[in-house]
Design a protein around this ligand. Structure first.
Ligand code: ADP
Ligand code: GLC
Length: 486
């Protein structure tokens, strides 16, 4: 058995703002059959503390990053957790990162240094009877984990850092450095310095034993100037330890044959039953139920996701006979622009601003097309849910989108391997053209059904990728592969 402590700022179903939570929530279950025991260290947000069952105090830290903290071990929603209960850092309502006005909490540097430091302490045996062999850190919020291990008192534990999104780098001023409890060598040796400031992500990328990101294409892209966000040089220099491991999805939680959010269950040979879901969906979004493809978006409304391009394409989409449902929230200007589009096209475009897990399932089960026109996309999960639900993905050819959707060009359609529409470059013109192509394909009923079926049969589970993580852990520990099954 390999003992891994995953360190994350969010985990489904307890606290989620995006795909990171889906991944950290699914990994432990996917790894369990492969001889990996994974616990997850998470901050003690109210949403986590209130769900914790049979919690035991396993460590008391009376003087911890300017307050009193404890570590609680317990379970919640089937997950094995260690919770950093530090009310002065995490006992706040709402988003894990933002205050009520939508700004980053001013002490985020402290909140996530404290999380990472707790992982380091656990890695060197702070809790009797528990000794993880690997600390698996996710994104900048856990970026300091490898740095504490590399620069503070030596310990045997190995570190893995997974980049879910290079755009968020945990950049702060030097003034906080002295309070991080990070050995000064991290500064002296240039590990944490980043263009005159400090970066938690950079520090982790510099010294982790292994780096992963969430798709093979993104693993290449981030070593280029176009996608590296200033870190391409560092990532190039660490190519030998950088791996692209594609995300999977929880096929139990996302199963059109058994999904309480749907009006009607269906499988790949009964996609005609999607009509009931389509009707329910259109009603929820105030859209007329008439022929023509229903395009959909379930997303953060941001520049990354290409939502400004979508805004510029909506008139064409409607003119081509399409309808559009949007479930999302984010940039207020984009929310307003999409609301404006809905007002201009009553009965054709509907937007619900907000976050609803239940509605996101209904969109996948009822819409015809799942749009993900991202400028960059480390992996993307909504196109995977789309594949599984017969909601044909329309995606830009970047990152994980390029790795998971097969474009319906003529050859692919003839060969019966197409699963969606892929466009490049990520521009308004190319997106408009892709919408036109999608409308045409939708009109070819047999071709469309075949694409849906093919997508529904593609393997979007965690199986293959969980094996890759398990192999990576074995390699780091110098075990022969499969030895962990003993
Ligand atoms: P990212 O993490 O970059 O936002 P992903 O595609 O990896 O993108 O993951 C997004 C996750 O968040 C998916 O599970 C998606 O269904 C969900 N999601 C995004 N916006 C909403 C929303 N408004 N309501 C419900 N679920 C949403
Ligand atoms: C990030 C990325 C997204 C990815 C998710 C889970 O939020 O933006 O592409 O799917 O992490 O890895």
């Amino acid at each position: 058995m390999i003992e891994v402590l995953s360190v994350a700022s969010e985990i489904y179903p307890l606290i989620k703002t995006g795909g990171l939570a889906d991944v950290t929530g699914a990994l432990p279950g996917a790894l369990a059959p492969l001889g990996v025991s994974m616990r997850t260290l998470v901050p003690g947000y109210p949403a986590v503390i209130s769900k914790l069952e049979a919690a035991r105090v396993v460590a008391e830290m009376p003087d911890y990053f300017d307050g009193t903290a404890r570590l609680l071990a317990g379970r919640a929603s089937g997950l094995d957790l260690i919770v950093l209960d530090a009310p002065h850092l995490y006992d706040r309502p709402g988003s894990p990162y933002l205050d009520a006005s939508g700004k980053d909490w001013v002490d985020n540097w402290k909140r996530f240094a404290a999380l990472s430091f707790a992982a380091y302490e656990l890695g060197r045996g702070m809790v009797e009877g528990y000794r993880p062999q690997i600390l698996h850190a996710h994104d900048w919020q856990a970026g300091l984990v490898p740095a504490y291990v590399a620069f503070n008192a030596p310990t045997r534990v190995k570190t893995v850092l997974t980049v879910h999104n290079l755009a968020f780098q945990g950049v702060f001023g030097w003034d906080v450095f002295a309070q991080l409890r990070l050995d000064f060598r991290a500064a002296q040796e240039g590990a944490i310095e980043y263009f005159g400031s400090i970066s938690y992500l950079k520090a982790g990328l510099q010294v982790a034993d292994a780096l992963t990101t969430v798709s093979p294409t993104y693993a290449h892209e981030i070593r280029t100037g176009a996608y590296g966000m200033g870190l391409e040089g560092l990532l190039q220099s660490r190519s030998d330890v950088l791996h692209g491991i594609l995300n999977g999805i929880d096929i139990g939680a996302w199963d059109p044959q058994n999904d309480p959010a749907l009006a009607e269950a269906y499988g790949s040979s009964s996609t005609d039953k999607r009509a009931q879901n389509r009707a329910k969906l259109l009603e929820r979004f105030g859209i007329e139920n008439s022929p023509g493809p229903v395009f959909s978006v379930v997303s953060r409304l941001t520049w990354q996701k290409g939502m400004d391009m979508l805004v510029e394409c909506v008139d064409a989409l409607v003119a081509l006979g399409g309808k559009l449902v949007v479930l999302g929230s984010g940039d207020p200007a984009l929310e307003a622009a999409l609301k404006g589009a809905a007002a201009r096209h009553p009965g054709k475009i509907g937007i619900i601003v907000g976050y609803s897990e239940e509605l996101s399932h209904l969109v996948q089960g009822g819409a015809d097309v799942m749009m993900v026109p991202s400028r960059f996309e480390p992996c993307g999960l909504t196109q995977l849910y789309g594949l599984r639900y017969g909601c044909v993905p329309l995606v830009s050819r970047v990152g994980g989108l390029a790795d998971t959707v097969i474009d319906a060009n003529e050859a692919a359609v003839d060969a019966g391997v197409a699963t969606g529409v892929v466009f490049a470059p990520a521009t308004t013109e190319a997106l408009t053209e892709a919408i036109r192509r999608t409308v045409t394909l939708y009109g070819r009923e047999k071709t469309w059904r075949k694409m849906q079926r093919r997508g529904m049969k593609s393997d979007v589970s965690w199986e293959a990728s969980a094996r890759k993580y398990a192999d990576l852990y074995s390699d780091l520990l110098g075990l022969k592969r499969d030895e962990q099954d003993d």
